[in-house]
Design a protein around this ligand. Structure first.
Ligand code: G16
Length: 561
């Protein structure tokens, strides 16, 4: 690193001192904290993103968001060249960089890392970072800190796209690095045209969504509602009403949004008895999660939740059905030479009933730890990898090899049996690969895929919800002294440290028929999360409460004795 670069870094780093006594760590999806603590971290992640761009010779994305967390929090996520999360082997560097106490230490870490990674910095613009932010008020000044960080690496250029959903930015980064059209407008056009294509391929006789069958969407008072309105104007065969857009004084994620609806299983603000039985959906704060629900009629404020597991199930059975149509009647010698490997990826939060359903449907199911970075990696090992967390974060990945085969197959079918069921199945799968955001889970593209599959099948939200019956479950969070004291294994299903707590959880769980429970440290909040399921809601609640008390006793402030 030359002298000019060193002095530029020292000078700019001095303007962004890290807050005293605060240690930040790279969590489930980047750094998150109260927004007032993040100026320095975001500045430094700007530096990291520029270095990553030099290293990969590709455009890198940097998103300012704290997603489902409260409005006063914020955070920073990095999009790698393929539109996925930052490569995990750079996370330790991110940790060290963000926590370096002085500008001198920061520079020496960078010098050492550049050497280790063999990164060649160059004077002319040969690195580029694309920026986006959600609607949090703190986003504006944090974006400026990110720009300062990027600009303190000579030769790194920055493009600021303003307010975007996280999946939009990740989609754009992926598209840009693949040499495709990559603007926000291109994103909307690709989603709306592939949705139209899927709707045109619905079997005859299925009615087009009318005003009285409209979908009502809770935008979490965030960016998703605003972007969905734009998309909605480009669709003519789907009626959507968007509520909680954030323009009527509602607060981001407060009593609204996918995280709230999924965890509490109650209606979000802005919904009520007038909506009983209707098909509704909720997005989260940066629109990378989606859940569906319908309002129950018992005045209890409860919803019949259709969570990420059921979205996953709907997608998986649709894909499987299209593949079997495609293979049906094919000459095994010539047509079925490519048997796509389909894999379904879940986490320990997946409802036990969903895993049973998927396995009974003949699908291969694997578990990973929480965090799309883990699920995405696993799903990418299949020809068609479908992953979802129960919280509604997920997508479908298609391998390049399978997509080229599918294109060729479609061309072949078009020449010998245009308009056949087989060809329509090929066209549907191709449309799905364009509609679904293959960079990351995306509430908007996921929502359009759900809608087109419901249309195709002629299913109501109730029919879909009845695909299988969820085992009653409960999630809780417990504040502890140090959440890093908990270490888990086997996709977070067992605690290996402190060992005594695992024995206690096993003993507690054994008291409940169909009982299952696990704990894990959150990677986005300073808490331990507790999950329990059992054969009745009361039993699931009791099990969750008992395990939460164990957590408090072993790791907390001991309030439960
Ligand atoms: C992030 C991750 C998700 C994860 C969630 C919760 O979501 O992208 O994969 O499920 O955090 O993480 P934790 O339980 O560790 O707090 P988001 O939507 O907040 O970016």
């Amino acid at each position: 690193m030359n002298e000019e670069q060193v002095s530029l870094l020292l000078k700019s780093a001095a303007l962004f001192p890290p807050p005293h006594g605060v240690k930040l760590s790279y969590g489930t999806a980047g750094f998150r904290a109260d927004a007032s603590l993040l100026q320095s971290a975001v500045f430094r992640v700007g530096i990291l993103a520029a270095l990553r761009s030099f290293k990969t010779q590709s455009v890198i994305g940097l998103m300012i968001t704290a997603s489902h967390n409260k409005v006063t929090d914020n955070g920073v996520k990095v999009a790698d060249p393929n539109g996925g999360m930052l490569s995990q082997d750079w996370e330790p560097f991110a940790d060290k960089l963000v926590n370096a106490s002085t500008p001198q230490l920061l520079v020496s870490l960078i010098v050492e890392f550049i050497k280790k990674e063999n990164i060649r910095l160059a004077g002319k613009p040969s690195a580029e970072v694309w920026l986006g932010r959600d609607t949090r008020p703190s986003g504006e000044s944090l974006i400026e800190a990110a720009k300062e960080g990027i600009n303190s690496i000579i030769g790194a250029a920055v493009l600021d796209f303003g307010v975007l959903t996280t999946p939009q930015l990740y989609w754009m980064v992926r598209a840009r690095n693949k040499g495709w059209k990559a603007t926000e407008q291109n994103y909307f056009e690709q989603l709306s045209s592939s949705f139209r294509c899927l709707m045109d391929l619905t079997p005859n006789g299925i009615k087009v969504n009318e005003e009285d069958d409209k979908l009502i969407v809770d935008g979490a008072n965030g960016v998703g509602g605003e972007k969905l309105e734009i998309l909605n104007n480009m669709l003519n065969n789907l009626a959507i009403e968007v509520r909680n857009c954030g323009n009527d004084g509602g607060i981001l994620n407060e009593g609204v949004g996918a995280d709230y609806v999924q965890k509490e299983k109650v209606i979000p603000r802005g919904f009520g008895s007038k909506d009983v039985g209707k098909r509704c959906a909720s997005l989260d704060g940066d629109a990378d999660r989606l859940v569906y629900f319908s309002v129950l009629s018992d005045l209890s404020n409860k919803v019949d939740l259709v969570d990420g597991d059921k979205i996953l199930s709907l997608f998986a059975i649709f894909v499987k059905e299209q593949l079997s149509i495609l293979y049906k009647g094919a000459d095994p010698e010539t047509h079925s030479s490519y048997q796509a490997r389909v894999g379904v990826v879940q986490t320990a939060y997946a409802n036990g009933a969903s895993t049973d359903y998927l396995k009974q449907s003949g699908l291969e199911v694997v578990l990973t730890p929480t965090g799309v970075k883990f699920l995405h990696e696993k799903a990418a090992q299949y020809d068609i990898g479908i992953y979802f967390e129960a919280n509604g974060h997920g997508t479908i990945l298609f391998s390049d090899g399978f997509l080229s085969w599918l294109e060729a197959k479609n061309n072949e079918l078009a020449s010998i049996s245009e308009g056949s069921e087989e060809q329509k199945a090929a066209l549907r799968l191709l449309a799905v690969s364009r509609l679904i955001n293959q960079a990351v889970g995306d509430a908007l593209s996921g929502l359009l895929l759900v809608e087109s599959i419901l249309q195709y099948k002629g299913w109501s939200v109730h029919k879909w919800a009845g695909l299988y019956e969820d085992l009653p479950s409960r999630q809780l969070k417990v504040k502890v002294v140090d959440r890093t004291a908990v270490v888990t294994e086997n996709a977070e299903t067992v605690v290996v440290r402190p060992l005594e707590i695992q024995d206690a959880i096993i003993a507690e769980t054994a008291k409940y028929p169909r009982g299952r429970s696990f704990i894990r440290p959150s990677g986005t909040e300073d808490v331990i999360r507790v999950y329990a399921e059992a054969s009745t809601q009361e039993a699931a609640d009791n099990l969750a409460n008992s395990v939460a008390m164990l957590v408090d006793r072993y790791l907390g402030y001991g309030s439960s004795g």
